[in-house]
Design a protein around this ligand. Structure first.
Ligand code: CMP
Length: 140
């Protein structure tokens, strides 16, 4: 196992329902450390670029609208196998399919308002972290 970094977003449904502390408790209890964090209002241009890989999908416009509908908390997480560990804790994208005890099973409202985002690969983690954080903002 290796120490990795991954990128996390607490989505607008989570900030709106005041769930950021409860979700981050789940992460910390699983051994992940929050080594960078900021609360931001994502712009449409930022959301479109961040989710650019989904541009051709039918849900793209709604996804961008949702991600800009309120504040989000962007974070860098560090820990043993952090990318897979965080994805396990998040659970399946669709909360109806998420395993019991996962963040999405506990908190998500729908496949769109699914409370959290996490990088799906080391390459994407590096890209996504660099998209929102300068190196000086990450304190491991
Ligand atoms: P996320 O991990 O942030 O990456 C893309 C997001 O698109 C995903 O979580 C979902 O919240 C959202 N989304 C909305 N509709 C769908 C869908 N039908 N299939 C997959 N993802 C969807």
């Amino acid at each position: 196992m290796a120490i990795e970094r991954t990128f996390s977003i607490l989505k607008p449904d989570a900030t709106k329902r005041n769930l950021t502390g409860r979700i981050n408790t789940c992460l910390e209890e699983a051994g992940l450390r929050i080594i960078a964090q900021k609360r931001i209002q994502m712009s449409t241009a930022q959301a479109e670029q961040f989710y650019g890989v989904h541009r051709e999908r039918g849900f793209f416009h709604e996804l961008v609208t949702f991600m800009t509908s309120g504040p989000v908390v962007v974070q860098v997480l560090e820990g043993e196998d952090a990318i897979a560990a965080y994805r396990n804790i998040m659970g399946a994208t669709n909360p109806a399919q998420a395993a019991a005890g996962t963040i999405r099973a506990q908190f998500a409202e729908s496949i769109e308002a699914n409370s959290v985002h996490g990088s799906d690969s080391a390459e994407n983690a590096a890209t996504e972290i660099a998209y929102f954080f300068a190196g000086t903002e990450i304190v491991g």
